[in-house]
Design a protein around this ligand. Structure first.
Ligand SMILES: [Zn+2]
Ligand SMILES: [Zn+2]
Length: 475
């Protein structure tokens, strides 16, 4: 470890890793470059935006039998969200990055130049990338601004540093190709969770909640810059607020609230659950912070509502309410090993492809951890295994996979301590009657066709009558 006095304020600044070329003074935020034993002050670094991250500089943990300490951090912001990259220094002197994005964690180590990487401009999400005999799928393509740095870092970042990165996944395996310095650098690792890393000195729920005050002087309520209605939010959590009154999109990821887009008249939408509702799920209190309505294109009753729930240390959770009932959604940090036009394999289990469809956002209100626009389009592909549904969602810059678990309206009612209209045990919805009718038609055909063929077509009226009976309830 190398320690020097900050040229600006005199406080001790340490470099634990020999690979670190830069450190940010903890006390005065001066950016200090290390060149041999010389320290140069190149100006102030903006301090980190307080967010919902559980990690902090000083957090320690274990990975593959080695202890590590979190020694540095950069925050990156792109047009639809932001994430943290934590710089880890291991006991054996090696280093790694722990990416922390909306509650998902990915640990990677640099393997140097990525020799066969495609050009950044040619990469699309969901494209295949062959690495180490495995087919990875690109999950996102991002051009991001570094908005702040802290602690010690292996390269010089500052205002205007632009990161150009793409990620690719195969099951739990995770790759980043970093084009920020020109020639792409390859980082290889995997999706991880904080419990497996045996992390110590994480921020507590209270610390996360208290560190609020991101918008200086504001106390978790600010007035809509467009219509002045009060907007409640959780500081440090939301990337964007959508005013429930005028639907102005308000950026609150920076140090002040900025109206973006335009206020719009949206048809009033009466959701079953409301912004600010709280749910108690397995003794944990969740807050409903955002809701959006999506509409399937070309489908009359293909609308659904997505509710975004937030818990200080557990992060985000989605509930979806549709014609078919309620689903609890888990965004997957471990992706399918493969997927094609017919099936997807996840953890060795085969999910059968159901359908492809497109949907767009028709209504949004509340707080979100990424930027939501009314009109945003997403392409979906659904797969099924015994009623468990896997969905791939693809936007122009990102792919995500999620798994939906059907839950009863009674359970949702218990969580939110209010009565939730039931979906009549799930069998009476028009679409399930329709699928029953299709099934019975097929059965009638299979049973009766041989009889018709062998006994002449005299019985065809009887079959016709049976079909009318089957299809009447579905009409
Ligand atoms: Zn200083
Ligand atoms: Zn407003």
């Amino acid at each position: 470890m190398y320690t020097a006095a900050c040229p600006s304020c005199g406080a001790p600044v340490s470099f634990r890793s020999a690979a670190s070329v830069m450190a940010v003074c903890e006390y005065c935020q001066s950016t200090l470059l290390r060149n041999a034993d010389e320290i140069k002050d190149i100006g102030k670094m903006s301090s980190a935006l307080e967010d919902y991250s559980r990690i902090q500089i000083g957090t320690s943990g274990q990975y593959q039998g080695q202890g590590f300490n979190v020694v540095g951090r950069i925050q990156l912001r792109y047009d639809a969200g932001f994430w943290n990259e934590w710089y880890l220094f291991f006991d054996d002197g090696s280093a790694a990055w722990l990416a922390d994005a909306s509650g998902q964690y990915m640990l990677t180590k640099s393997l140097g130049a990525a020799v066969d990487a495609p050009a950044f401009a040619n990469i699309q999400p969901d494209m295949a990338y062959l690495y180490d005999k495995r087919s990875y799928a690109f999950s996102d393509v991002r051009t991001a601004q570094c908005v702040s740095g802290a602690g010690e870092l292996p390269f010089t970042v500052g205002k205007g540093y632009v990161a150009k990165v793409v990620d690719a996944r195969h099951a739990a395996r995770f790759i980043t190709l970093d084009y920020s310095q020109g020639a792409p650098e390859l980082f290889v690792g995997e999706a991880v969770n904080l419990a497996d890393l045996k992390c110590q000195l994480l921020r507590s729920d209270d610390q996360i909640t208290e560190s609020a005050g991101r918008l200086a002087g504001k106390n978790n309520v600010l007035d809509c810059p467009s219509c002045a209605s009060p907007l409640k939010y959780i500081a440090g959590m939301a990337m964007q607020l959508v005013c429930p009154a005028c639907h102005m999109e308000v950026d609150c990821a920076g140090d002040k609230a900025i109206a973006i887009g335009k206020a719009r008249q949206l048809e009033a939408f009466h959701s079953t659950l409301q912004l600010g509702d709280t749910a108690t799920i397995e003794n944990k209190k969740w807050l409903l912070i955002g809701l959006m309505r999506c509409s399937e294109e070309g489908e009359v009753d293909g609308d659904w509502t997505e509710y975004l729930l937030y818990h200080a240390s557990l992060g985000f959770m989605w509930l979806v309410e549709s014609q078919q009932g309620w689903d609890q959604i888990e965004v997957l940090n471990q992706w399918p090993e493969m997927h094609n036009a017919a099936q997807a394999m996840l953890n060795g289990k085969k999910y059968r492809k159901l359908f492809d469809y497109n949907a767009h956002v028709t209504y949004a209100a509340g707080a979100f951890n990424w930027r939501v626009h009314v009109g945003d389009k997403t392409a979906f592909t659904d797969y099924d295994l015994n009623g468990v549904r896997l969905s791939k969602e693809r936007s122009p810059s990102e792919v995500t996979w999620s798994r939906a678990k059907r839950i009863s309206s009674e359970l949702v009612g218990q969580w939110f301590a209010k009565p939730i209209a039931s979906f009549a045990s799930g069998d009476a919805s028009p679409s399930s009657i329709k699928s029953l009718a299709i099934m019975f038609t097929a059965l009638l055909m299979v049973i009766n066709l041989p009889l018709l063929i062998f006994n002449g077509f005299g019985g065809i009226w009887l079959l016709f009558f049976a079909l009318v009976l089957v299809w009447l309830p579905a009409r």
